[in-house]
Design a protein around this ligand. Structure first.
Ligand SMILES: C[S@@+](CC[C@H](N)C(=O)[O-])C[C@H]1O[C@@H](n2cnc3c(N)ncnc32)[C@H](O)[C@@H]1O
Length: 282
């Protein structure tokens, strides 16, 4: 990855003002709220787009995205970082199988919310796990993201064939017990995932920075999303999650994320500290 950065001669104060104005403009014109994202990461992505568009300044990028929606789509792609994979961090799924599934079994119906699901690999992984645990038929997986293009791809259920070897390894390390190729059909350079896995997944657009919760869920997984947010936005999102979970509901975060500074540390107990799985207790 090229580490895009401002030219050395760029005035840092002016750059901050310009970035604030760009993000304000995007919010007012398109409704996407990046104003509370972690500054250094968003700054790097903005400069990457400035270079790709061959522009001289942040203000020039602002001018372009406000007048040219396709360039906003390109910037949105840079800002939303859709990197993901199936059974990402396999140990997380092992812990989920061992420590969360037994309680879910006692429920007549299970609702799981994947917040920031990108192109859906995480939701398909969960559907496979639940199917193997004989829970899929009484589960509903809500998978949301702010990025509509990513959700379109998620809905298609087709993933690059070239990644299936890596995903098979992840699946096995995640405690998978079957042959991973049972779950997809290879076609040209894509792997089409079995429609039975999709039946219980609902993909929809939801923005954690601006939208409210939509349903009470037994489990919320929000992995590798909060790292991009500043502390205020993280707290907003934690409040949303807290309000969407019943007592004994589970919250799963990414490996670099935690409940620290969320304002809700005391309301959860760790279920698996290493894998960042928590349970709401009050
Ligand atoms: C790095 S991906 C993580 C995907 C998946 N959870 C995983 O761990 O593999 C981050 C995702 O968060 C989404 N995202 C970023 N800001 C968001 C917001 N305010 N609301 C909803 N989704 C957001 C991005 O569009 C992107 O798809």
């Amino acid at each position: 990855m090229t580490l895009a950065a401002a030219p050395v001669t760029y005035d840092a104060d002016v750059e901050r003002i310009e970035i604030a104005l760009l993000l304000e403009g995007i919010y007012r014109q398109y409704g996407f709220d990046f104003r509370s994202y972690a500054f250094s990461s968003i700054r790097r992505r903005i400069w990457k787009r400035i270079e790709a568009e061959r522009l001289p300044t942040v203000s020039a990028l602002q001018d372009r995205v406000l007048h040219d929606p396709p360039s906003m789509q390109r910037l949105l792609h840079d800002l939303s970082v859709n990197v993901t994979s199936m059974f990402r961090d396999p140990e997380f799924y092992v812990a989920f199988r061992e420590k969360v599934v037994p309680l879910l079994r006692t429920y007549p119906f299970v609702r799981i919310w994947h917040a920031g699901c990108a192109t859906g690999e995480e939701a398909y992984s969960m559907a496979i796990l639940l199917q193997e645990e004989r829970l899929l038929d009484r589960a509903r997986i809500y998978a949301t993201d702010m990025n509509e293009l990513a959700l379109q791809r998620a809905n298609e259920g087709i993933f690059p064939l070239e990644r299936m070897q890596e995903y098979t390894q992840n699946y096995l390390r995640a405690g998978g017990t079957r042959s991973f190729s049972e779950y997809y059909t290879a076609m040209y350079d894509g792997a089409l995932f079995a429609p039975r896995l999709m039946r219980n997944i609902v993909f929809s657009q939801h923005n954690l920075a601006t939208d409210r919760s939509f349903a009470e869920c037994n489990v919320i997984l929000c992995r590798n999303v909060l790292i991009y947010f500043d502390r205020n936005l993280q707290q907003r999102v934690h409040k949303l999650f807290y309000e969407s979970l019943p007592i004994y509901g589970y919250l799963g975060l990414g490996s670099k994320e935690s409940l620290r500074f969320s304002g809700f540390e005391d309301n959860y107990e760790p279920v698996d500290r290493r894998e960042k799985i928590y349970r709401k207790v009050k």
